[in-house]
Design a binder for this molecule. Sequence first.
Ligand code: NDP
Length: 451
Amino acid sequence: MSLIQEVIARVEEKDPCQPEFHQAVREVLGTLEPTVAKHPEYVKAKIYDRIVVPDRAILFRVPWVDDRGEVQINRGFRVQFNNAIGPYKGGLRFHPSVNLGIIKFLGFEQIFKNSLTTLPMGGAKGGSDFDPKGKSDAEVMRFCQAFMRELYRHIGPDTDVPAGDIGVGGREIGYLYGYYKKIVNEHTSVLTGKGMEYGGSLIRPEATGYGATYFADEMIKTRGKTLAGKIAAVSGSGNVAQYTIEKLNQLGARPITVSDSDGTVVDESCIDGDKLAFVMDLKNNRHGRIKEYAEKYNVPYYPGKSVWEVIKDQGLRVDTAFPSATQNEIDGEHALALVKNGCYLVSEGANMPSTPEAIDIYREHKVLYGPAKAANAGGVATSGLEMSQNAMRLLWSREEVDERLHGIMRAIHQSCLDAATAYGMPGDYLAGANIAGFVKVANAMVAYGIV
Ligand code: NDP
C-alpha cells in the first residue's frame, strides 16, 4: 500500500460515518501521488497525515424560539481546518442534511480552493442543520442570532471570516453580522457577502457563478472554441445558478435548464432577460418553488427529477454542464448520459457535485472538466477582495472587482494546467488543481516546523 493509500485508510478507520469527507479525501489525496516522490520533505514532516485532520472542529447547541413560542434546538458547526496560508475562510451552510462529515468535506476542499485563489486565506466551513425553508423572517433572525451567540467567540477578522453557502444568503448574513456587531461592539470584516450599505463588495453576489463561467470560457478556448451559441444545462436556482445563467447569457451561450429540490424546468428557447429576472424574484424575494416558472412560461416541468435525470430520460442535447445545486448530484449514469447527448465541458459551480464514477467518465471521454475547487473559487476569491476593501476602507467599482475576479479565474486556470504538466499529467484539471492548491499549503506547513 502506498503512503497515500495508508493515509486514506486511516481516515476511513478513524472517522467512520463521514462518507462525504472520505470521498473528498480520496479525491484530493488520490491525485497527490506524484508529489510524494518529488517532496521527501513532505513525507518527513508527515504533511499528508497532518493535512487530513482539522486544526479544530467546534460543535455547539443552538436553542431558539419559533413563532408559536416553542423552543427549537439545532446543531451548529465550525470546522477550522487549516490556517497555514491565512486566516480561516469558508462559508456557512444552513440545510437539514448538515452534519460534521459534510462540514469536514467542505472545509477540507476549501483549504485547496483558497490556496488556488492566489490570496492569503486558510480553509474552514460551518453551518447548521437548521432548515430556513418555510420559516418566517422573524424565525430566521432569531435562529441567526442564537447561532452567532456562540460562533462569535471563535471568529475574528484575523482569525476566521465566514461567508454564505446553501441556505445562507444576504438576509442571513445581515442578521448574523448585525448580531456580531452588537455583542462585540466592533464594525469589522468578520463576515463576507455583506450588504453594500455595511461593508459588502460589488460583484460578490455574482462572483461564484460568473467565476464558474469564466473558468469554462478558459477551458473551451483550449479547444479553439467559445461559449457563444453553446447549449448549457444549469442545475439549481440559487445564488450560483442565477449568476451562472446571467454570465452565460452575456457570453452568448444558451442556458436551458433550472431546478430546485422539487423538480426541473426545461426551457429550450433559453432562460434569459425577463425570465432570469423572474427566477431571481421568485427565489430571492418570494422564496417560491421553480415549478412556477414552468407555469408562467408554459414550458415542461419534471417533478421530483434533477436536471441530470431529465437529460438522461429525455435525451436532451447539451454542449456544456454547470452543476450548481449540491454534492453528488451527477452520478456515473448521469455523466454517461451527458456524454452521449453531446456534452464535452463540465464546470462545477457546486461543491463536489460529481461522484467519483462521474469523474472517471469525464476523464475517459476527454470531457473538459473544471473541478469545483478551481471552477467555483471565484466566490471565495471575491470574498478575499471584500476583506481587502474593508481593511483599506475603500470601495472598488463593479468593473474593477469584476476585472480582478476575471484575472484570478484566468490565473487559477493557468496554474491548474501548469501544475498538471509539471507533475506529469498534462491537461488534467483535477490533478492540477489539487496539486497546485496543496503544494503552497504544504510548503507553509513545512516552514512552520511541527506545530
Ligand atoms: P442556494 O441556497 O442559493 O441555492 C441552492 C440551490 O440548489 C437551490 O435551488 C436548492 O433548491 C438546490 N439544492 C440544494 N440542495 C439540494 C438537494 N439536496 N437536491 C436538489 N437541489 C438542491 O445555494 P448556493 O447557490 O449558494 O450554493 C449552491 C452550491 O454552490 C453548493 O454546493 C455550494 O456549496 C456551492 N458554492 C456556493 C458558493 C457561494 O458563493 N454561494 C461558493 C462556492 C460554492 P431548494 O431551494 O429546493 O433547496
